[in-house]
Design a protein. Structure first.
Length: 593
C-alpha cells in the first residue's frame, strides 16, 4: 500500500498522474506535439469495443454501503473495505448479488451491514437481506472484509464464507432462500479478534470436499492502536497525518482448514506449513493450478511485502515459492502494495496468468505463466505500466467484447481522505475504473471513456465481481463503492462476435467444481480458465466460465476435473450455456434465457 516516498515533487511521473492517460504521449519527449511538422500516420480501423452503462439505480441497487466515517480515517480497518459477489443462491440460473458492508467507529447507523439482492430476471433486483438470514444475526454489525463462494457440504447449494475484522462467518445455504450461520458448529470460531481478508475454498487434498484458506492482514487492536500523527512513524503520507500502517504493525499468520466431510473443519495450519507464513501483509487469495500438475496452488497478493505463491506438495503440505517463481516482487525487484488479483489466459498460450493491483506510482502488474508455474513480469511490454496514478483494488482478466482475447478491468479509489484534502489533484478520493483492451500479441491499450462515460466516472471503489447478470452473453461488472451505492456496469458488447459459457457440476470432485481447468479451442486459438472461489479484491465472481469466440461458431472443450478425470466435448455450438456434469458430459442445465 504506502510507499516510502514522503516528498511528492513535480516529477515527470507526478505530472503524468494529473492528466488523462490518453494525453500522456503528447507530454512525453517524442510525442506527437514534440515533433513539429510531423505527419500523423494513417490508422487502421479499430473494431468496435464494449460500452458500459451503470444501471445500479435502475436495477434497485440504491442503498449506500456504509464503511467508516468517509471523510476521515482513524484506523486502517476503516479504509481497506470490502468485496462483493455474483452467485446463484437459489439455483434459478440467474446471478444474484451479495455485497459486504461495515459500520462506523461510533456504531452501526441504519443501513449498516451486508446485503443480498435477488435477481428478478428482468434487469432489476430485490433486497432480500432481512429474510435471508445474512443480516448480522447478533445485531452487532462488524467490519466485513472478503467473501468466497462454494458448496462446502456438496448438497447442491452454494454457501458463503465471510471474513471480518472480528469473527469470520460460514453461512450454509438452506436451499429455500435462507442461510444459517454455522460458524460454531463447523469448528470455525476463533477466540481472538483477527483481521482476516482474502479467502478461498480449495480442495487442496483432492478428496472431493472443499477446504478453506484464510488470509490475514495484520495484528491490530483498535482500543490501543496509534492514531494519525506526523510525529509517529508510519502514520503520515506526503507529509500529512493519516492512519497508521501497515508498516510498523505486527504481521499476522495465515490459516488452512481441512473439510472433514461431515460439515465440520479441522485447523491444519501447522501441519500444512501455512501457519509459518507470517512475513507478509496478506490481502486477496486465489487458488489455481500454477504449475499444471493437477493439484491446486494458492496465490496471495500482499501489501508492501512479498506476495506469496503456495505450491501444493501433494501430501497435505505447501511450500512458499513466490520469490523463486517471479510473483513476489515487481519486475525490478521492489516490494509493491499488492491489493487484488485476477487470473486468466491473457495471451492464449494455454497457461493461467496473474494480474495484480498496486499502490500509487506502481503500475498494475501482469505476470505471464510459462506453464510450469514460473512467471515473467510483462507489465511493461504489455503496456500496463503507462497507468500509475491511482491506488487499485479489484481486478479481472475477462473478455468483454467477445473477440476471443481477454481484457483487463481494474477498480481504484483513494486510501487517505486527509491527503486528498491537502492535494485533491494528486490524491483524489474518487477515481475512474481502468479498462485495458487486449489488442492481441501480448499488448493492451487503455480505453477510458471510449468504453462509456460510466467507466471513466469517479468513485472510491474496492472489490469487483465479474458475471453475466442479465444472461445476454457478455460479462458485466459489480463494484463495491466506499460509502456510496454500488456500481453495476452493464456490458453492451458489439454484435457479431460469438461466445460460449460453461457451467460445471462435480460428482467425484467437489460439487462446485472449484479447481476444474477448462481449455476451449476456437478457430486457431486456445484459451484456458479455471473455476475459482475468491478473486479480484476480496470478492467472488460468476462461476460459469465465459469464453469469447470471436468469429468462431463452434468450439472444442476439454475439462480436467479436480479428481483428475479428463473429458471432452467436440464442436459445441456457440452462443449458449453448456452444463457439464462429471462423468456424464453435457446435461440439461438451469435456465439461461
Amino acid at each position: 500500500m504506502r510507499n516510502n516516498k514522503e516528498s511528492h515533487l513535480w516529477t515527470r511521473r507526478k505530472l503524468l498522474r494529473t492528466v488523462p492517460a490518453a494525453l500522456a504521449p503528447v507530454l512525453l519527449p517524442g510525442g506527437v506535439s514534440g515533433r513539429l511538422g510531423a505527419e500523423v500516420p494513417a490508422q487502421k480501423a479499430v473494431p468496435s469495443f464494449s460500452r458500459f452503462v451503470d444501471v445500479a439505480q435502475a436495477a434497485g441497487l440504491t442503498s449506500t454501503i456504509i464503511y467508516g466515517e468517509g471523510d476521515s480515517c482513524t484506523y486502517i480497518v476503516e479504509s481497506m473495505a470490502t468485496g462483493c459477489a455474483f452467485f446463484d443462491y437459489d439455483n434459478d440460473g440467474w446471478m444474484d448479488i451479495f455485497i459486504l458492508g461495515g459500520r462506523t467507529l461510533n456504531g452501526t447507523p441504519p443501513g449498516s451491514g451486508n446485503r443480498l439482492y435477488y435477481n428478478n430476471r428482468d434487469g432489476t433486483f430485490t433486497d432480500v437481506t432481512a429474510k435471508s438470514g445474512l443480516a448480522d444475526q447478533d445485531g452487532a454489525q462488524g467490519w466485513a472484509q472478503g467473501v468466497c463462494v462454494g458448496d462446502y457440504n456438496n448438497d447442491g447449494w452454494e454457501d458463503l464464507f465471510l471474513t471480518y475484522y472480528g469473527q469470520n462467518r460460514l453461512y450454509r445455504n438452506n436451499g429455500d432462500g435462507t442461510f444459517t450461520n454455522v460458524t460454531a458448529e463447523a469448528g470455525l470460531l476463533h477466540p481472538k479478534t483477527r483481521y482476516s481478508t482474502g479467502c478461498t475454498f480449495v480442495d487442496y487434498n483432492r478428496d472431493g470436499h472443499l477446504d478453506l484458506f484464510i488470509a490475514n492482514y495484520l495484528e491490530i487492536d483498535l482500543s490501543t492502536a496509534p492514531k494519525p500523527s506526523v510525529d509517529v512513524p508510519n502514520c503520515t503520507y506526503a507529509g500529512v497525518a493519516v492512519f497508521c500502517g501497515p508498516r510498523g504493525m505486527p504481521k499476522a499468520r495465515q490459516y488452512l482448514y481441512r473439510n472433514n466431510g461431515d460439515g465440520t473443519f479441522t485447523d491444519v495450519s501447522e501441519e500444512s506449513g501455512i501457519a509459518a507464513l507470517n512475513g507478509s501483509y496478506c490481502l486477496t487469495a486465489v487458488s489455481f493450478d500454477a504449475d499444471e500438475d493437477g493439484w491446486p496452488d494458492i496465490f496471495v497478493a500482499c501489501d508492501m511485502t512479498p506476495s506469496l505463491l503456495l505450491m501444493n506438495n501433494h501430501d497435505g503440505t505447501f511450500r512458499e515459492e513466490g520469490l523463486f517463481r517471479g510473483v513476489a516482487l515487481s519486475g525490478d525487484g521492489q516490494e509493491v502494495g499488492g491489493m487484488g488479483a485476477g487470473v486468466g489466459d491473457y495471451n492464449l498460450d494455454g497457461h493461467t496468468d496473474i494480474v495484480k493491483t498496486h499502490f500509487y506510482d506502481q503500475a498494475t502488474g501482469l505476470y505471464r505463466n510459462n506453464g510450469k508455474g514460473n512467471f515473467d513480469d510483462v507489465t511493461v511490454e504489455a503496456g500496463l505500466n503507462k497507468e500509475t496514478r491511482y491506488v487499485c483494488y479489484g481486478a479481472g482478466i475477462v473478455d468483454f467484447d467477445n473477440d476471443g482475447w481477454p481484457d483487463i478491468l481494474i477498480t481504484s479509489g483513494a486510501l487517505y481522505p486527509e491527503a486528498a484534502r491537502a492535494n485533491a489533484t494528486l490524491f483524489p478520493v474518487r477515481s475512474p475504473r481502468i479498462l485495458f483492451r487486449n489488442r492481441g500479441g501480448g499488448t493492451f491499450v487503455e480505453m477510458g471513456a471510449d468504453a462509456g462515460s460510466d467507466i471513466a466516472a469517479a468513485h472510491c471503489s474496492r472489490g469487483a465481481s465479474f458475471g453475466d447478470f442479465d444472461n445476454d452473453g457478455d460479462m458485466d461488472v459489480l463494484i463495491m463503492n466506499l460509502n456510496e451505492p454500488p456500481t453495476l456496469l452493464r456490458n453492451d458488447a458489439p454484435s457479431g462476435n460469438h461466445w460460449i459459457k460453461i457451467r460445471l457440476e462435480g460428482v467425484k470432485s467437489n460439487r462446485s467444481a472449484i479447481g476444474a481447468r477448462v481449455a476451449v479451442r476456437y478457430g486457431d486459438k486456445v484459451q484456458v480458465q479455471e473455476v475459482v472461489s475468491g478473486c479480484s479484491f476480496l470478492s467472488s465472481s460468476d462461476p460459469r466460465l465465459h469464453f469469447g469466440l470471436g468469429a468462431a461458431a463452434t468450439a472444442d472443450i476439454e475439462v480436467r476435473w479436480p479428481s483428475g478425470t479428463v473429458e471432452h466435448v467436440c464442436s459445441a455450438a456457440a452462443n449458449q450455456l453448456l452444463t457439464l456434469r462429471e462423468g456424464e458430459g453435457q446435461v440439461k442445465g438451469r435456465p439461461f434465457r
